[in-house]
Design a protein around this ligand. Structure first.
Ligand SMILES: C[S@@+](CC[C@H](N)C(=O)[O-])C[C@H]1O[C@@H](n2cnc3c(N)ncnc32)[C@H](O)[C@@H]1O
Length: 202
């Protein structure tokens, strides 16, 4: 069947203002599905850029009755954009940390919003091998048993994602959490992601 036009997330989920043709709208829909299916209440997001994923994650929480989003980026402008995306969104506590992710004390940040663990960590910050691996290793201990880690840009095809992809593969081997991957779909601007689930008894 011919794909008549790239679909827009706004048609699927009207509260979210996702720009046309922005890469990885598939990941955005995936996140909304995971938030609903796993009854996600507390999210850590690493790498906010223009605030688009902050918006998706925040509105996903709101759709499920509310929750807490902790967003981190070392660039002040990115933090401001992320904050602006969720200003006044009822039922969502949004804590924005302007710092390098490997300098963040995640248990302390969770405690600051009255939590001890995250239901989901979204990793999309430093895409170097060491940076991506560190983000996964440093946040894994605060993922609740049965909780999720979603690593964006899992892509064995495009060279610019090779380092992050290798880090995701090495983290998966090391932690042995079950994993599924979403495909690289250039025709709908989807780069790919890896979803890992912390086993319930770990
Ligand atoms: C790919 S963009 C994030 C895109 C965003 N998740 C979205 O889809 O809308 C990566 C972001 O990570 C931030 N970043 C890179 N290295 C970082 C680090 N070590 N700590 C925190 N943020 C970092 C960059 O400033 C950039 O805004």
């Amino acid at each position: 069947m011919k794909n008549e036009r790239p679909w827009k997330i706004g048609e699927v989920f009207p509260a979210v203002n996702w720009p046309n043709n922005l890469c990885s709208s598939g990941t955005a829909v995936l996140m909304l599905g995971l938030i609903a299916a796993f009854r996600v209440r507390v999210i850590i997001e690493i790498g906010t850029w223009m605030g688009f994923t902050s918006q998706v994650l925040g509105y996903g929480l709101r759709a499920m009755g509310g929750g807490t989003l902790i967003s981190c980026d070392y660039v002040q402008n990115c933090c401001d954009k992320s904050k602006a995306m969720l200003e006044g969104v009822e039922g969502v506590t949004h804590r924005v940390i302007c710092n390098y992710s490997d300098r963040v004390n995640w248990p302390a940040e969770l405690a600051a919003v009255g939590e001890t663990q995250a239901c989901l960590v979204y990793v999309d910050g430093d895409h170097s091998y060491d940076g991506a691996l560190k983000d996964m290793l440093l946040t894994a201990p605060v993922v609740r048993p049965g909780g999720l880690m979603v690593c964006h840009d899992y892509n064995h095809v495009r060279p610019e994602f090779a380092n992050a992809t290798r880090a995701i593969d090495d983290f998966t081997k090391e932690c042995r959490w079950p994993r599924i991957v979403t495909p690289f779909l250039p025709s709908c601007n989807e780069i790919g992601a890896a979803v890992l689930q912390r086993p319930s008894a770990s």
